[in-house]
Design a protein around this ligand. Structure first.
Ligand SMILES: Nc1nc2c(c(=O)[nH]1)N[C@H]1C(S)=C(S)[C@@H](COP(=O)(O)O)O[C@H]1N2
Ligand SMILES: [Mo]
Length: 187
């Protein structure tokens, strides 16, 4: 799943940890994942509730847009389609915007969000997500560059109109698909 031997990427043994805005303090008892925007049902989950939702395992290569990749990472969590289906997104929705506890934001197309291997990951390589990799929950969409995978995510908003996240506002691509090398915006 995801993309093997991605164009313009070099494989390295382990992740480079990125926290553009520092590492947030996590208060797990007060943590909530909120699903809102253009939906019939707004949703809210505690961490314990997230752990009870349907879960799948996805094994995929991880690609950072700066040029490094890590092969065969095993993620486990809730298919993102579950949230779209349960919230009942409006017909008009085209984009999905993520907000994280560190203030980071990013955006993906609804099409990429609904891909069968797009998940809200709660586990990585068989263990609870390590704090630096986004505990309690991070987005994993294997066919997109790593910056689209918000760590420490707390809000998923369904939108009709495109809106820049943190890196997109600095010139990074709206879609971010690895196989098409969608690294930067075409201006
Ligand atoms: N909340 C948050 N999520 C984030 C980032 C960040 O700085 N803050 N960096 C992104 C980038 S650019 C990449 S490549 C991956 C890196 O994942 P890792 O830190 O688990 O290696 O996280 C992404 N998600
Ligand atoms: Mo990245």
């Amino acid at each position: 799943m995801g993309v093997k031997n991605a164009p313009g990427q070099k494989y390295i043994p382990d992740f480079v940890i990125y926290m553009a805005l520092g590492k947030p303090k996590i208060d797990i008892d007060n943590y909530r994942l909120i699903v809102d925007g253009l939906v019939n049902n707004k949703l809210e989950f505690t961490y314990d509730e997230l752990k009870e939702l349907p879960s799948i395992q996805v094994s995929s290569d991880f690609h950072c847009v700066t040029g490094w990749s890590v092969s065969n990472v095993i993620w486990e969590g809730v298919p993102l389609k579950y949230f779209a289906d349960t919230a009942e997104v409006y017909e008009s929705v085209k984009w999905v915007y993520f907000m994280s506890l560190d203030g980071y934001t990013t955006v993906v197309s609804l099409e990429d969000f609904l891909s069968p291997d797009s998940i809200l990951a709660l586990k990585m390589n068989g263990s609870i997500l390590p704090p630096e990799h986004g505990y309690p929950a991070r987005i994993v969409i294997p066919h997109l560059y790593g910056w689209k995978g918000a760590k420490w995510v707390y809000k998923i908003s369904f939108l009709e109109n495109y809106k820049d996240g943190y890196w997109e506002a600095l010139g990074y691509n709206e879609r971010g698909r690895v196989e098409f090398e969608e690294r930067f915006k075409n201006i």
